[in-house]
Design a protein around this ligand. Structure first.
Ligand code: NAP
Length: 505
């Protein structure tokens, strides 16, 4: 079933056309015209979100759970059309879109179940001690409350799971916060059909219409106006370091600064310990290649750097990775801009004499093939640009002289979403040395695996110190991500009649 987008914004239940439009640039199929967003539309959506918050923020948990389940149902009811337009716009294969849709409806349902459990409220009660000396203690109760309207920026690399009704939106709506989405111009039609699903769920469950708006992009002033709007209380963002930092700075410069939950960039280093490399270096190399090339490397958890000792065992790891990567076909990238950025990132490596090409491929147009390079620890430590994320299937092997240099290198990394150790039992002592370092660097530390594929669950942390994220205390995946859109309120000597229902009694 084909979906033909009408190209309008959804502002509090009403589809609105703008005065100007932009053309989508799908990887395949026909382009369509979409209205360009404006600061005036941002103002209208934020005002409606604030109005909706007075009732939505007070809804019972069960009602919000029903709403989230209804969004999931409505997305699934449009499954075929979503996959169709999603594949056209992004160039991602059908199986990926189907999987991502299941993840998107799955995380909405996960939040619905999480709401019903109520643990996230973190309710605390210190009962009054009227006879305490020298001073009595009042009755104190605490609970997490929603913060108000939240801005969400759709991500180019997850047109469903991190976009219109993706993880940020699900977490904010679950918390009780209305959402204003700034759609990504790489997949505006996918955004529109998902917004249609949210609107249908609003109608089914009787939620206030201002609880959700989608403003299509097409102009930079939309995102800027959104993060600066005085009614917005927090921002969820996944994208580039440059774009995220610019928006983060705008949030900090506001008269009333707000938190900007940005997930920006990570090279996800892997540390290969000697016993593991000696025992199964080629297998690790083949596994790395598969993780690196998956989805044309367009994952924030793409493991771009492998640190391994110099010597024949390490050589066998590199040879196996190169062999597996050389067999990978060219894959379509998400946008022309991302394909160009991949080529410039690759050029950065080629310009350096101290970086050795292991596998160099040509990329044509919007397609990319894997590239692999190798360097030594001294070069890597001196040249900071080698630690910057190249979005795409590009790997860098850093050869170290031994455990001390590996540890030294680990200390030099900036914040990461993930760090990985490949080890056998004989590597345990070295791994124990690395752990305190890696724990300080990353939101998630893995052993004998690859970081692509982020489980959506209670224990997941998808975040980390800057620049992996702009708030190291938060995660953008999993149920803990709801905490970004809540704040603790303490109620002192409050009669039951005034307490929120969840605290009374
Ligand atoms: P992006 O350029 O950061 O854009 C993300 C969103 O932010 C878009 O809606 C964009 O609006 C908006 N934006 C960016 N800079 C802005 C500014 N200065 N003022 C106002 N709005 C701004 O990311 P992208 O388009 O998704 O991909 C570009 C690059 O980001 C990739 O090549 C890759 O390096 C990186 N990336 C990283 C991750 C990750 O997970 N770490 C994920 C995706 C992309 P417009 O559409 O209007 O520009």
């Amino acid at each position: 079933m084909s979906f033909i987008p009408h190209g309008k914004h959804l502002i509090a239940g009403v589809w609105q056309a703008g005065e100007t439009s932009f053309a989508s640039e799908p990887a395949q199929g026909p382009g369509h015209r979409f209205s360009v967003g404006t600061p005036a539309l941002v103002g209208a959506a934020c005002a409606a979100a604030e109005e909706a918050f007075w009732s939505y923020g007070q809804t019972e948990r069960a009602a919000r759970a029903e709403f989230l389940d209804a969004i999931a149902d409505e997305i699934e009811a449009r499954a075929e059309a979503i996959t169709d337009i999603g594949c056209q716009e992004t160039g991602l294969p059908e199986a990926r879109l189907n999987g991502e849709r299941a993840r998107t409806s799955g995380q909405l349902r996960l939040f619905a179940a999480h709401l019903l459990k109520g643990d996230y409220l973190d309710r605390r009660h210190d009962a009054a001690l009227p006879d305490r000396m020298p001073a009595p203690r009042p009755d104190l109760r605490m609970m997490q409350r929603p913060i108000g309207p939240v801005a969400v920026f759709g991500a180019s690399n997850f047109p469903l799971a991190f976009s219109t009704a993706g993880g940020d939106t699900a977490a904010a709506l679950a918390a009780g916060c209305p959402v204003v989405v700034k759609g990504h111009s790489a997949h505006p039609g996918t955004g529109e059909i998902v917004a249609e699903a949210v609107l249908a769920a609003i109608a089914r469950t009787g939620m206030p219409q201002g609880v959700f708006s989608l403003i299509q992009g097409g102009a930079r002033d939309v995102g800027q106006a959104l993060v600066q709007h005085p009614l917005i209380r927090a921002v969820g963002f996944t994208g580039s370091l440059a774009g995220g930092r610019a928006l983060f700075d705008l949030c900090a410069q506001r008269e009333e600064p707000i938190p900007f939950f940005g997930e920006l960039g990570s090279v996800n280093p892997m540390f290969l310990l000697p016993q593991a490399v000696a025992a199964r270096g080629p297998d690790i190399g083949t596994g790395w290649a598969a993780s690196l090339a998956m989805g044309a490397g367009q994952f924030c958890t793409n493991p771009g750097i492998a640190v391994v000792e110099a010597g024949p065992a390490g050589d066998a790891f590199v040879a196996a990775a190169a062999e597996a990567l050389s067999g990978e076909a060219a894959q379509c990238m998400l946008t022309v801009g991302i394909a160009q950025a991949y080529k410039s990132g690759k050029a950065r490596f080629e310009q350096r004499q101290t970086v050795k090409p292991v596998l160099v491929t040509d990329s044509e147009g919007r397609h990319a093939r894997p590239n692999l390079y190798e360097t030594d620890a001294t070069t890597f430590l001196q040249d900071h640009t080698l630690r910057e994320e190249v979005f795409g299937p590009l790997g860098l092997v850093v050869r170290v002289s031994g455990p001390d240099e590996m540890e030294h290198l680990a200390r030099g990394f900036s914040g990461q979403l993930t760090c990985t150790i490949h080890m056998d039992s004989g590597d345990t002592a070295l791994a124990r040395h690395l752990m305190p370092i890696l724990e300080r660097k990353a939101g998630r530390v893995l052993v004998n695996g690859f970081p692509t594929g982020v489980e959506v669950c209670d224990a997941m942390v998808h975040g980390g110190p800057y620049p992996a994220s702009t708030n190291f205390g938060a995660t953008s995946v999993g149920t803990l991500s709801i905490r970004r859109f809540l704040r603790p309120v303490c109620y002192q000597n409050m009669p039951d009649a005034l307490l929120p229902d969840d605290l009374a009694g």
